[in-house]
Each structure stands twice: as C-alpha cells, then as structure tokens.
Design a protein around this ligand. Structure first.
Ligand SMILES: Cc1cc2nc3c(=O)[nH]c(=O)nc-3n(C[C@H](O)[C@H](O)[C@H](O)COP(=O)(O)O)c2cc1C
Length: 245
C-alpha cells in the first residue's frame, strides 16, 4: 500500500475501543472537565511548522479518535487522505508554481464574500486582520506568504465528501475534523484547518488519487510549530482570550 493511501477510507476502518470508554461507564466522566477545557484551549491554528515529520502511527491514531465523531444516522460520509513525504513534496511543488503564477483559487466549496456574513461575523473577521497588522507590523506579509507554502507543514490531510453530499454530511464533517485536531493537540501535534490547502482541488485529485466523484471540502495541516516570528504573533493574537464577539 502506498503511504499516501493508508488513510484513504478512514470511515471503513474498524471502530476502536478505548480505555476511556470503560472509565465513562456508570455516569463517571472519562476525563475531568478541567482537562478537557485545557485541551480545547490548547488548540489553535499554527501557520508555520518545523521540518519535522509526524509519525505515521500517530496520524492513524488521530484519525481513529476522530472517527468517534457523531454523524447523521452514523453515516460517516467523510473520507480523509493524507499527504506526507514524496507525495507531499510533489503536491507542494505544483501548488507553489500555481500560487506563484497568481492563479486564483477555485475550491470545491466556494468561499463566500465577506458581505454574505452577519455583521457580528464581519466584525470578528476585521479584528483578526487588525490583530495581524498590529502584531506583525512590517512583517504582516508573512501571513500571506505562508499560505502559499502550505504553512511548511510536514503532513496535509484532505477531507472529502461525495459530489452530491447531503447538507448534514457537511455538518458532520466539521465535527470530524475538529475532533481530529483535538486528537492531534492531545498528542502534542499542532494543526490548522485551511481553505488555502484546498484552493486548487485538482492538484489534490492528481497527487492523492482522489476520485472525480468526490469534492475536496477542507484541508488540515499537521506538524510541530516553529519558533518563527509568526508563531509569537499567533500566540498573542489567537490565544483563547482573544476570541471575539
Ligand atoms: C474552514 C476554515 C478555513 C480556514 N482557512 C484558513 C486559511 O486558508 N488560512 C489561514 O491562515 N487560516 C485559516 N483558517 C483558520 C482560522 O483563521 C482560525 O481558525 C481562526 O482565526 C480562529 O483561530 P484559532 O483556530 O487559532 O482558534 C480556517 C479555519 C476554518 C475553520
């Protein structure tokens, strides 16, 4: 089996019984609320990763945990494809050439114009941009640059749905990839969900063998955060207390 194929149909993989299930019996929580709050607050988007691979077994374990996410009548319509090593290097080469040529993104799920969002959401978005400018100053351009280098991540995950997916499947996918990122955080692995990863979906189809019958809904980069300036900025700008509204 090619490395990139190993997570091809995560939904079809066997369900895994975890020790936490036993702990959760008789109304006793599987872990403390404080532990969970710490975990949730520890996750935040990382935009520059070290050149350090993520262990393949860790990737498998993270996907296995994510499969505990609920879904409509347990449909688990999602699929996840992993790119690491040579597959990722080839994807990144093509991706960077496209980005450098200035080709516009054409994601399968089109991004909505800011004005399509509520006033409150637009305010949050604006504050994010202001924060980036305020914390990065002259280096604010790096924020845009890392999008085109795929955050220098050593692993990318692509989440797909059938072309004609029911709306609830999209809802379910959100729960799946958030659970996956929390599973990564619990293992000390950083992440970012990003439109930027899926803005040229044809490249994901080409390099990961994703069939034409599937759309590439969203991508998640995984790895270990770097110590570059953008990291310090993110820690300041995106720490939990900076969540808006
Ligand atoms: C669907 C989705 C797409 C996103 N796309 C991008 C992206 O293309 N580039 C980026 O830098 N951040 C992207 N983000 C990250 C958000 O900016 C980030 O989640 C938000 O600012 C909250 O920060 P936090 O994740 O650190 O809590 C995306 C997040 C989501 C949920």
């Amino acid at each position: 089996m090619k490395k990139r194929d190993f997570l091809k149909n995560a939904a079809a993989a066997a369900a895994v019984a975890t020790p936490a299930l036993a702990l959760a019996q008789d109304g006793k929580p599987a872990c403390s609320g404080a532990d969970f709050s710490t975990l949730v607050r520890a996750r935040h988007s990382v935009r520059d990763f070290l050149d350090k691979p993520v262990d393949e077994q860790a990737l498998r374990d993270i996907v296995s945990d994510a499969q505990q996410a609920p879904s409509w009548v347990n449909a688990q319509e999602w699929k996840v494809y992993a790119a690491t090593g040579e597959t990722l290097a080839a994807f990144r080469r093509d991706f960077q050439a496209r980005a450098a040529s200035g080709e516009k993104g054409a994601s399968d799920i089109p991004p909505a114009h800011r004005t399509s969002w509520s006033q409150a959401a637009q305010k949050n978005m604006q504050r994010l941009s202001v924060d980036v400018g305020a914390h990065m100053g002259k280096e604010a351009g790096v924020f845009a640059q890392v999008q085109d280098t795929l955050f220098n991540a050593p692993a990318l995950l692509f989440f797909t749905l059938p072309k004609e997916y029911p709306q609830f499947a999209l809802l379910d996918l959100g729960g799946f990839y958030q659970t996956l990122m929390l599973a990564a955080t619990a293992r000390g692995i950083d992440s970012i969900p990003a439109y930027a990863i899926v803005k040229y979906p044809d490249l994901a189809h080409k390099h990961l063998g994703i069939p034409a019958s599937e759309i590439v809904a969203i991508g998640v980069a995984l790895g270990y955060k770097s110590t570059a300036k953008i990291r310090a900025v993110e820690d300041a700008a995106f720490c939990p207390s900076a969540k808006y509204t």
